[in-house]
Design a protein around this ligand. Structure first.
Ligand code: ZN
Length: 413
């Protein structure tokens, strides 16, 4: 801590579980020291500032996301001095706002409210269209794009359409590493209970939903077949609307081979019925009469399960419901990549490409000598960059920082 930095007030506690200041490093590698110098240099001209700065708790780390927390800052200048002098590689802030963000333990901070945060958590490597061997082990453009698409869908389908938030209420934050967060900072969410936050995450993740949630308890019994069955029908909204649209599309296009295979396994008359009376089946789907035809009745539960899988957005639920969690601060550099965490307004998000637009060190002409421990190539800032195991090379800063941060290269200074 430099002499020019004001120490925020910290209430005394007996044995803090997490220290609030940097610990002396036993053995700091040349690479870590170099990264910290680059980050400090960056923060000399660019300070990540959240809304309501003086109400937020901050956490920092050198070797991992949070090694010390319970920090508070009075203003941007104080935060900047801290970043330049301490040069942390990881930086997080609280979704919550507190009367005294530096207070300890948590109960003494004086909770005032909390933003609503969704942390997209899905692993895309290995999904259809992206076999594991095509996944880029250092920074994967495919997976980053998929995470962005899901974040956009979360906003559009769930937050805007279903829940009625406006496009000005939400923004995306690229984490600087593997994926995206969605933040809502409006007054209407500040006092949401933990249980309400859990329900929102469960709704978006379809965590409590199954085909039975949308089908009558007597579905499949003879009595209901006679009177028909009212399930999700044309014109409904929310999950019911999504399920109706998905089932309708599948019934319209499903092939004979598909309905014979798992999970449907139709046989004989049912296959013929689906094939020959498809227009009538579609009409039944539109009216929610899923038991009107034997073939439709048999394939409906599996189709609803597929619809839930198709539309759900996988979230790290803890991030949404635990308002004491610290999350990546937009504008900070991620210590695992050297990429910037980037705040994206709705209108900016669709065209954002992390490996082009989130480089903290974008100057392609500025190089540093490294020796990679892996071979490969990656497109950063629109330029193809190659690296070869064991071969000294003058790498553009963005590549050097990325490989060194990933511990896939050492400096050759
Ligand atoms: Zn990938």
């Amino acid at each position: 801590m430099g002499s020019g930095t004001k120490q925020p007030q910290i209430l005394p506690v007996k044995s803090p579980a997490v220290p609030t200041t940097m610990q002396p490093q036993a053995a700091v590698s040349k690479e870590t020291a170099w990264l910290r110098a680059q980050f400090a240099n960056f923060y000399r001209s660019s300070v990540p500032v959240p809304s309501d700065l003086q109400r937020r708790e901050f956490g920092f780390g050198i070797n991992k996301k949070i090694e010390f927390r319970h920090k508070g800052f009075r203003d941007q200048g104080e935060l900047q001095r801290y970043l330049v002098e301490e040069a942390p590689l990881f930086m997080s802030f609280s979704a919550a706002r507190y009367r005294d963000p530096a207070g300890r333990p948590m109960e003494r901070k004086g909770f005032l409210g909390s933003d609503l945060i969704f942390d997209l958590d899905k692993v895309y490597s290995g999904e259809p269209g992206h076999p594991a061997e095509e996944h880029h082990p250092v920074a994967c453009a495919y997976c980053l794009n998929r995470s962005k698409q899901d974040a956009l869908r979360l906003c559009d389908e769930f937050l805007f359409s279903d829940l009625g938030f406006s496009k000005n209420d939400a923004f995306l934050n690229f984490s600087g590493s593997k994926g995206f967060h969605v933040h809502i900072e409006s007054d209407s969410v500040q006092q949401l209970s933990q249980d309400a936050r859990r329900q929102l995450a469960d709704f978006i993740g379809a965590n409590e939903l199954s085909s039975e949630s949308f089908l009558s308890a007597t579905f499949g019994e003879e009595s209901i077949r006679k009177v028909g069955f009212h399930g999700p029908k044309k014109g409904e909204i929310g999950w019911k609307g999504r399920i109706h649209a998905f089932v309708r599309k599948r019934v319209a296009e499903i092939s004979e081979g598909e309905v014979r295979a798992p999970p449907f396994e139709l046989r004989g008359k049912d296959v013929i019925e689906l094939h020959e009376r498809r227009a009538e089946l579609l009409d039944a789907v539109d009216r929610g009469l899923y038991a009107a035809f034997k073939s439709l009745e048999k394939i409906t539960p599996a189709l609803i399960t597929q619809a839930l899988q198709h539309y759900r957005v996988e979230l790290d639920k803890q991030v949404t419901l635990d308002t004491g969690r610290l999350i990546r601060l937009q504008g900070s550099i991620h210590g695992d990549t050297g990429f910037l965490a980037k705040k994206l307004l709705w209108a900016q998000a669709a065209s954002f490409e992390p490996l082009r637009d989130a480089l903290a060190f974008p100057k392609l002409t500025e190089t540093v000598a490294i020796v990679p421990s892996v071979s490969g190539s990656i497109v950063l800032g629109g330029q193809v960059m190659e690296y070869n195991e064991g071969t000294r090379q003058d790498a553009p800063m963005a590549l050097a920082v990325l490989l060194v941060a990933k511990k896939k290269a050492v400096l050759a200074l």
